[in-house]
Write a protein that binds this ligand. Structure first.
Ligand SMILES: [Zn+2]
Ligand SMILES: [Zn+2]
Length: 354
């Protein structure tokens, strides 16, 4: 657990991460009066807060998930608002559309809360479906660590998508649909933006559709996609079908007949994960930073002190201490990719027959 000194700009409270001088919470898991939200994933953005502050880029998705009537102040990147003497600004995290790092400045101290972010060891790569991660100089950096183990190293995106495209093309040539499962918010759009749409038509599940609309409205280029009933049966046999994991084993899938299925997730890097999912293929694609990406982003902040959240805190904290950082961990109720996927699956299950 991180040490709590009077100067700390963020501390742990039962409701969530709390800024004492500013009297507000960041991604709280219990209802509070004032919440600053890093991004619209279910474990970070919850219903029931009195007031929301979030990025302008993420306004569409946040309202789509929290309700159009939430009391929301949407802030453009880098613009400062002051609350009880704390200067708050939001900076891109590159995780999903609208994902922000929260910069807090108070009496000469600068803290940054990363939320979830994406970066990898391939320095020139970025998530193409949102504004890329931008390092922000600070004294203390609160970092996620979902994939904070040395075994997690993402391959270059071009190589990953070459694999997905080859799988799709092979299936299309054999006359069977390619069902590619991934989380509806973030992962699905990442898949759509990366595949070669000339291979065949693309079908998206009803749960993916409203998120695609929010991405397109925000100016993110996605290839044309179709509702399953809009295509003749012949076309379905060459189609790529992008759907949430909740469709696995459902009657919705039966209309595609004999299909090949695949699952896209950072966890596919683990031996056995694909087998447990019972799918033909596993593609290692994550919205979270890999081990080299985490290290690179932490170093780029220039922070002396680092506080770790999400998974694998112990390994990351030990590594940081070895590098000479002042390091600790916050216990949070944020999920990992699998938990986000399952939480979303329950919502998505409602529309699984669409
Ligand atoms: Zn997230
Ligand atoms: Zn998270």
């Amino acid at each position: 657990m991180a040490q709590d000194t009077p100067k700390d700009l963020v501390v742990e409270r039962p409701q969530g991460l709390y800024c004492p001088p500013g009297d507000f919470y960041i991604d709280p898991w219990q209802p509070v009066e004032r919440a600053v939200i890093t991004h619209a994933h279910a474990d970070h953005a919850r219903r029931g807060h009195g007031h929301y502050l979030a990025s302008a880029e993420g306004e569409g998705v946040l309202r789509a998930r929290m309700g159009a009537d939430i009391d929301l102040q949407a802030l453009p990147w880098g613009q400062v608002v002051e609350h009880h003497g704390v200067r708050i600004s939001l900076h891109p995290a590159g995780h999903v559309l609208g994902s922000a790092q929260i910069r807090l400045e108070h009496q000469g101290q600068v803290w940054v809360v990363s939320g979830d972010y994406w970066a990898s060891g391939h320095v020139d790569e970025a998530n193409p479906t949102c504004t890329p991660f931008e390092p922000v100089r600070c004294h203390c950096f609160i970092t996620e660590s979902t994939f904070g183990l040395p075994i997690y190293r993402w391959q270059p995106q071009a190589a990953l998508f070459a694999g997905i495209n080859a799988w799709w093309a092979e299936n299309a040539a054999a006359g069977r649909a390619s069902v590619l499962m991934g989380y509806a918010f973030g992962k699905a759009q990442r898949l759509l933006a990366g595949v070669d749409a000339s291979i065949g038509p693309i079908v998206v599940h009803g749960a993916v559709k409203p998120l695609n609309a929010a991405y397109r409205a925000a100016g993110v280029a996605l290839p044309p996609t179709h509702h399953v009933t809009a295509l003749p049966k012949e076309a379905l046999r060459r189609a790529l079908v992008v759907a949430p994991p909740s469709v696995a084993g459902s009657s919705w899938l039966r209309r595609f007949g004999e299909a090949s299925d695949a699952f896209a997730s950072g966890w596919m890097a683990l031996r056995g994960a694909r087998r447990r999912r019972g799918v033909d293929r596993g593609f290692v694609l994550s919205d979270h930073a890999d081990w080299p990406g985490l290290q690179r982003c932490i170093a780029a902040t220039g922070a002396q002190r680092v506080i770790v959240t999400h998974g694998y805190e112990a390994v990351m904290v030990r590594w940081l201490l070895e590098q000479g950082y002042e390091a600790g961990a916050f216990r949070t109720e944020y999920g990992d990719e699998a938990i986000e996927t399952e939480a979303a699956g329950q919502q998505e299950g409602l529309s699984a027959e669409e």
